[in-house]
Design a protein around this ligand. Structure first.
Ligand SMILES: [Zn+2]
Length: 173
């Protein structure tokens, strides 16, 4: 049985005890932008916040794309979140290749270059990635100045978050 078929079977059981109150309009308090990596999936435990408080936006990396910026505008202006957390992590798969390398590899593998150059938003350094994200989000004219924007790196070996400041401590020293 495929994983999806198993999931569909489990869903029928889930729905039997589903609380219809969960279907009411969501009122998340914080937007979290994080990687698609499964190690970042348990955000209520990682952050000690209930599911209902979290508006989670996930991309590979994570990459703060135009789409993500649009989602953050909706999250803060329509859904009412008041803080934005940019959550990067160590050991990210997107640091293991460059966009050029993956484009070349997939072109060779499939014999089809038509999607290239595809943007995968690979990167090398999670702190630097976080700093660029903070700059990008903070400078967006539709994200209110009152909305807190803070960036962090989750260490997959310790489970600890380290805050990344907009200006690197080395540069400031
Ligand atoms: Zn990742």
């Amino acid at each position: 049985m495929s994983i999806i078929d198993k999931a569909l079977e489990a869903n029928r059981n889930y729905a039997k005890s589903y609380d219809p109150a969960l279907g009411k309009r969501p009122a998340p308090k914080i937007a979290v932008v994080t990687c698609m990596d499964p190690r970042l999936s348990d955000l209520p435990d990682i952050l000690g916040l209930p599911h209902a408080d979290l508006d989670v936006i996930r991309t590979g990396g994570p990459a703060v794309t135009e789409d993500v910026l649009g989602e953050l505008v909706v999250s803060t202006r329509v859904l009412g979140t008041t803080e934005i957390m940019l959550l990067n992590h160590t050991g990210c798969g997107f640091t293991t290749f460059t966009d050029d390398e993956l484009n070349a590899k997939l072109t060779a593998l499939t014999g089809d270059a038509s999607p290239a150059p595809m943007r995968f938003f690979s990167y090398k350094n999670p702190e630097e990635n976080t700093r660029e994200q903070i700059k990008k989000v903070r400078s967006h004219p539709w994200i209110a100045k009152e909305v807190a924007v803070r960036g962090f790196v989750f260490d997959v070996n310790t489970g600890l978050l380290t805050e990344v400041h907009r200006v690197s401590q080395d540069a400031a020293a």
